[in-house]
Write a protein that binds this ligand. Structure first.
Ligand SMILES: C[S@@+](CC[C@H](N)C(=O)[O-])C[C@H]1O[C@@H](n2cnc3c(N)ncnc32)[C@H](O)[C@@H]1O
Ligand code: SF4
Length: 383
């Protein structure tokens, strides 16, 4: 079990959003633009932003840095090195820092792997999506299955600590092809896997395909069936689930992402990056030109900032996030929140135990397997 889960809040982390990709994939819902226009300007601005926020540096150093995107592996590694140097200078790094970079298989030649290692990156998260060529095509990925296998294998050889992403619900996917992708990645030696349910809301090209060929897309029941099959396969392989969409060999859980589920502060830098300082949530503008303008003019890039929430609301949010974790939350916190809920909500939470959606075990409350599949319904009881 990760120490953060055992000890509660740990040291803060830093998130840096890199908004550049070689190609905009058909399904992507993230802030990313095609090409590297304004790459130099952007990274200089991120360093300026870090320096301008030096007064947010608590006495404690960062113990995780996460380069997300977009595609951090697409840009010149030295740019990431510049950001790391500035983060360390202004905020400080703990001696056992976890530094993750998201990567696309098509960027991971031996030169890029060595450059990332030399910077101190010690964990890669590779977007594979599928190891079946006919599934990669409608997603408009730039790699095929063989290239992805090779990239993941070489990354594991170089880094040891490698995660991959797959998606459930890709057009044409079946339970069998999904499990073949899982098995393929396990045989490459990954120690962590994130498996997301494909969301179509921001993917007009896939929505059009669904209208034309609905038979290529699974219904909710089929999605749940595939998720359960993945869960069984990974548990049997020694990578138990530790969060709704994340499985890891024990000790290889993402220390950075655990901060989001345990309400630990994470400061976000760059376009569209979100921050939580322990009290207030805020988000930088998601428009690259606007971000660059604001930094150039010495104006804060923060576009939205949520008021410091009442203690009760923050604890309720913490409960919802904590229930995403396989280990759940301490029973005492759960009971305390339930006592402050309106009577009708509190009794609906009790019903959730009777309905087999929540369970108590060893002083903790967590979602059951059925509760995981219906997690949105359980969370809606708390809202
Ligand atoms: C920000 S992307 C970065 C990874 C990298 N750029 C890549 O694509 O390989 C992180 C992950 O989010 C997931 N993702 C992106 N769009 C999604 C969508 N519409 N629905 C579900 N998951 C999505 C993919 O699995 C992707 O690997
Ligand atoms: S899925 Fe990854 S590579 Fe594709 S557009 Fe999104 S961030 Fe870029």
């Amino acid at each position: 079990m990760n120490a953060i889960l055992e000890e509660g809040r740990g040291l803060p982390g830093a998130y840096v959003h890199v908004p550049f990709c070689a190609h905009r994939c058909a399904y992507c819902s993230f802030i990313a633009q095609e090409g590297k226009r304004e790459e130099g300007d952007f990274f200089e601005s991120v360093e300026t932003e870090i320096r301008s926020r030096r007064d947010e540096a608590a006495a404690e150093p960062f113990d995780t840095v996460y380069f997300g995107g977009g595609t951090p592996s697409y840009v010149d590694a030295l740019r990431l090195g510049g950001v790391l140097g500035t983060l360390e200078e202004i905020f400080g790094f703990s001696s056992n820092i976890e530094i993750t970079a998201e990567a696309n298989p098509d960027d991971l030649g031996s030169e890029k792997l060595s450059a990332l290692l030399a910077l101190g990156v010690n964990r890669l998260s590779i977007g594979v999506q599928s190891l079946v060529d006919s599934e990669l095509m409608p997603l408009e990925r730039r790699h095929d299955a063989a290239a992805a296998r090779q990239a993941v294998t070489e990354a594991v050889r170089a880094f040891g600590n490698v995660s991959a992403d797959l998606m459930i619900g890709i057009p044409g996917q079946t339970k069998e092809t999904l499990l073949a992708s899982v098995d393929g990645l396990l045989s490459c030696g990954i120690s962590h896997l994130s498996v997301y349910l494909l969301e179509l809301e921001k993917a007009p090209r896939l929505v059009a395909l669904k209208k034309e060929r609905p038979e290529l897309f699974p219904d909710d029941e089929e999605m749940a069936d595939r998720w359960e099959a993945v869960d069984e396969r990974l548990s049997a392989a020694g990578l138990p689930r530790y969060e709704l969409s994340n499985w890891a060999r024990p000790g290889f859980e993402s220390r950075h992402n655990l901060k989001y589920w345990t309400l630990t502060p994470v400061l976000g830098f760059g376009v569209g990056a979100h921050s939580f300082d322990g009290k207030v949530r805020s988000a930088n503008t998601g428009m690259l030109t606007e971000y660059l303008r604001r930094i150039r003019e010495g104006v804060s890039p923060v576009a939205t900032s949520e008021e410091d929430q009442e203690d009760f609301l923050r604890r309720k949010e913490g409960l919802m996030l904590g229930l995403r974790l396989a280990c759940g939350v301490p029973s005492s916190s759960f009971e305390e929140i339930c006592r402050t809920l309106p009577a009708a909500s509190a009794s609906r939470m009790e019903d959730a135990f009777l309905a087999g959606l929540l369970e108590r075990h060893s002083g903790r409350v967590s979602l059951t397997r059925r509760g995981v599949l219906l997690s949105n319904e359980v969370f809606s009881l708390l809202v």
